[in-house]
Design a protein around this ligand. Sequence first.
Ligand SMILES: *Cc1c(COP(=O)(O)O)cnc(C)c1O
Length: 340
Amino acid sequence: MENIKWEELGFGYIRTDYNIRSTWKDGKWSEPRLCTDENVTIHMASTALHYGQTAFEGAKAFMGADGKVRLFRIEENARRMQSSAEYLMMAVPPIELFVKMTEEVVRANARFIPPYGSGASLYIRPFLFGSGANVGVKPAEQYEFIIFVTPVGPYFKAGFQPIQAIIDRDHDRAAPLGTGHIKAGGNYGASLLSGDICHRKGYQSAIYLDAAHKQYIDEAGAANFFGIKNNTYVTPKSHSVLPSITNMSLRDLAADLGLNVEERLVDYRELAEFEEAGACGTAAVISPIGEVYDPQDDRHYIFGDGKSAGPVSTKLYNLLRGIQLGDEPDTHGWVTFVEL
Ligand SMILES: *Cc1c(COP(=O)(O)O)cnc(C)c1O
């Protein structure tokens, strides 16, 4: 096993042995090839560089106490990449190709899978982009589909500890990160300034409201938002929210726990009524939100004591992590094993 201090890992890039690549050309995907080169060479007129023909995914592989390696709902990542590709008129990678390449690149980098109990996991980053040259605004005629992996620790330094968030109404070009349900680079580029402002003010995450009314909660930066009140899991419904696989899973797990589940408009003033709030995503898992500051109304919304995770968020977190690591039964059939 690699000589890495697994417990101290943050969410950064560490070089691993291989990435895996397939090229779409003349109407078909090439046989995937494992590659040791971290660089890609593309044409300067590629549509990825000029017109944002690019999308990505994020997933994780987990080492269980039983020594088995698990992927969590990987076919959902494949499906979402397909919808991103269709929306941006890119070649669409078949689900089988996506899953096969994921398994192969995880296997090839097995020595980088963090051990059970370290709290870390192997992050999987598939991405797709137009590599063919075009000056006119037209889809490319060639595409690269690449997956790399890198071991990661918690996305927020605090781990499973409440973060502080701030409502950002002023950078709404950053708001619709999930617009059209594409998980795409261009949307993220527009969120960097908002993220920087929020960090400089001492907050870990921005919360975006709907661009039209500035009234309804969309997302918490690169993670979905949920609130808990009256035994109900509430999460925003909006076309500008990227459909998070974690959120989708938490809705099922909340129902399993006997909670009501509501996907609907969430007025930001409803923050005052939530007993707990959280940000959820593959990278964030569940990050409890201790406090949301609204600079417009100069109002602090505090959840619980603001310093510790609430009971429902804790139960959901333990269940989700438990399934991912193999400590809890996979009753929904969400896990795929990778044979090493
Ligand atoms: C990836 C992503 C999420 C989280 O989705 P998961 O499938 O749970 O990882 C949430 N919001 C945005 C904008 C994202 O890009």
